[in-house]
Design a protein around this ligand. Sequence first.
Ligand SMILES: [Zn+2]
Length: 80
Amino acid sequence: MGEVGGVVEGQVGLGVGAAEPAEAVAELLTDPRAGQVRECEAPDCVLLFLPAHPRRRWCVAGVCGNRARVARYYARYKDV
Ligand SMILES: [Zn+2]
C-alpha cells in the first residue's frame, strides 16, 4: 500500500536536458524587433532567432541548416 499511482517522487517536472533558453526567449520577446522573431525550422530545434536575412530559416545555419538537410536526405531514402 502507499505505492498506488506509480508516480516516482523526483521524476516529476523538468526532465533531464530540459534547460530551455527561457531567458533568451524572454529577451527576444521584449525586443522591439520581436515581430521578426522566427522559429528555427530544424525538426529537433526549438530556438528562436532574429534573422539577419529574410530567407534565413535556422538559428545557426551551419548547425541546424546542415542537420535539416541531412534529415531530409535520410527521409528521402526512407520513402524509397
Ligand atoms: Zn536551430
